[in-house]
Write a protein that binds this ligand. Structure first.
Ligand code: ADP
Length: 217
């Protein structure tokens, strides 16, 4: 589902990625674990086409993204990739369900269809009664689950999550990790989760260890 070949990236004189080759299969839940500064976020950003590598290729679902123009790339991203960040980044003036529907509107989905999809996901997550609450009326765990629902609304093949449980307590953290598995089992997405938290590696299908811009085998 995701293929990275020979990815390198430098910021000024600092080489952050030193030649990354990685394949992730469809439906896999993979964690990328490593200390702060290892290059995990940079790698995830490149995987998600939010940043360009200096060299190397990124393919998702058989499409080589390296040669795409910005406009094509952003359409591809909105349709095929969902993002979850450490801080939920929900818009405070909108309700939970409105936040979830935003990427669907951007993709040109009708209001009715977006509402149906968002309701189904909220229902699956047990958050139906929270649909009309604004972010400041939700708990930390609920906010992060709404952010996951928003990432899922366009039914992307891939979900990329950067320290998604980084701001949660241990109970909410476990719930969120379990949710990723439940979602994979129901909707079949591929999940890539970047974290410095070694405990996550116990529950993912596969753990990729990164140190100093390289993958450790
Ligand atoms: P991790 O996610 O493993 O903590 P990052 O990918 O965030 O690692 O960062 C790797 C290194 O690259 C760090 O030293 C960081 O300071 C540096 N870095 C990341 N993004 C930028 C940027 N936009 N400009 C300059 N340096 C950056």
């Amino acid at each position: 589902m995701i293929q990275l070949e020979g990815i390198t990236k430098s910021f000024g004189s600092l080489q952050v990625l030193k030649g990354i080759d990685l394949e992730i299969n469809s439906g896999e839940v993979v964690s990328i674990v490593g200390p702060s500064g290892a290059g995990k976020t940079t790698l995830l950003q490149i995987m998600g086409t939010l940043d360009d590598p200096d060299a190397g290729t990124v393919s998702i679902d058989g499409t080589n993204l390296s040669r795409m123009k910005q406009k094509e790339l952003s359409a591809f991203r909105n349709k095929h990739i969902g993002f979850v960040f450490q801080f939920h980044q929900l818009l405070p003036e909108f309700t939970a369900i409105e936040n979830i529907m935003i990427p669907a509107f951007i993709a040109g989905v009708s209001n009715r269809e977006a509402l149906t999809r968002a309701s189904e996901i909220l229902d699956f997550m047990g958050l139906k009664e929270r649909a009309s609450h604004k972010p400041n009326e939700l708990s930390g765990g609920e906010k992060q689950r709404v952010a996951v629902a928003r990432a899922l609304i366009n039914n992307p093949a891939v979900i990329l999550a950067d320290e998604p449980s980084g701001s949660l307590d241990s109970h909410n953290k476990e719930e969120l990790h379990q949710l990723f598995f439940d979602l994979r089992n129901k909707f079949g997405q591929t999940f890539v989760i970047v974290t410095h938290d070694e405990s996550l590696s116990k529950i993912t299908d596969r753990t990729v260890h990164m140190i100093d811009g390289m993958i450790q085998y």
